[in-house]
Design a protein around this ligand. Sequence first.
Ligand code: SF4
Length: 378
Amino acid sequence: MQPFIGMTIKELEVVAQEAGQPAYRGRQIAEWVYRRGAQNIEEMTDLPKEFRARLAESFTVGLPEVAHCDVAPDDTAKYLMRFPDGQTIESVFLPYGERVSVCLSTQIGCAAGCRFCATAIGGLSRNLTAGEIIGQFLRMQSQSSRRISHAVYMGMGEPLWNYDAVIASLRLLGNEIGVSLRNLTVSTVGVVPGIRALAQESIPVTLAISLHAPDDETRERLIPTARKWKIAEILDACAEYVRRTHRDLTFEYLLIGGVNDSPDHARGLVSLLKSRHVPGNVNLIPFNYVSTPQGFRRPERESVQRFREELERGGLVATQRMTRGHAISAACGQLRRTLLSGAKGNGTSPANDLEPIAALERGERIELMARQGAEESR
Ligand code: SF4
């Protein structure tokens, strides 16, 4: 069965024409799938009955199944979604006052190997298709009466290592679903060819760089794949992105106690970003995952404060925000334990594969990026 989700309006017009229908029938399908939340072909009641029956022989709407969902008291919802091949990914629904953002995964697992990330543990299983990426958005939209206005590509996976599907999904979100491209954020560990290619796409999304260190040596301790692209190369690519898109950047900086949280690191970051003339805010994210094989620990509250003051003294804009959804992020670890033990959770049903699930820290990053995206468009 071929899913409709992931097809452009033009492609759906061809589907209709090949079935002997006028092209506008394809636009009706697109309307049902992308704007009216249809979950199956039978719901598309303005299509002739025989046409619906014919479509159902070869096509399906293609929404991912909700394998599990935890909802926090603030309405933040963490989903475990399952695809027909049994693979699962995480997505997060984040309401902020009038605005609603979602965090989407782009790969099942991840090959970047970041030392602080639970998703890295199992490596990469496979890329998601464009339809599977926007399917997360549409599934979460179908669960809520509130319109989703923003999306951040910050869930499982490195988006720029699934470049074609990510680009196609951004275009589908903009063209078919109607989300403003300026409300979309793509995060990367610094895949230089991907950043340079994205700069050429005329898709003015916000780019978020996971920097996490002011020098290559410290950074490579945290992100093994950072060996491939030095910070200087990443910042050169960022400068090109800014030049072409006129969008600012966000630099994410995960503060880990005793690793990258000293005043020297802060001053190093100031001098790095100032010397390279790359505009962008720094988002400080205190590490908050309780245990890692590397023994990483939370930074002291005073270190975080001092780090931030050093950045501001150096003229950088730094943010460190209160996070929401702690209950739900904690439940994420619980969810994984539930799946591993086979015990019944409080969601719909446990998933049938056991790839690593993002840690508490990732929940915070996701939340932070979503909020930043929301504030940017104000
Ligand atoms: S932090 Fe992101 S890029 Fe790094 S391993 Fe985890 S999912 Fe991959």
